[in-house]
Ligand binder design. Sequence first.
Ligand code: AMP
Length: 113
Amino acid sequence: MVHDCLFCRIVRREIPATVVAEDEHCLAFRDIAPKAPTHVLVIPKVHVRTLDDADDASVVGRMLLMAARVARDEGIAAAGYRTVVNTNAGAGQTVFHLHAHVLGGRPLEWPPG
Ligand code: AMP
């Protein structure tokens, strides 16, 4: 099924993105408005609206494993990085295609806002 969704369009290469990792199941690309020196988004290629809609452990698991691989490849794993999955509008989700933010390259405050 073809979805008229921003991130589905990036998967289909209808919209350009700076891709840093890709496999059969997931795509990782740089956030267009980075909130840290390293800010990559990792998405499943299949359209899942939010984490609350996810019901396939392999989809969520593969996304997180690619996030960890991206962090290692970006050189931020040892110092520490954050993976964030905003779920629904109240948590700041603006693109309704499941994604994990990978943020690092600077000290990160806790708790987040
Ligand atoms: P969220 O607010 O958690 O839904 O995250 C959506 C993220 O997508 C934001 O950090 C945006 O900056 C990012 N974003 C929106 N459009 C694009 C795009 N065309 N390419 C890369 N990142 C994007």
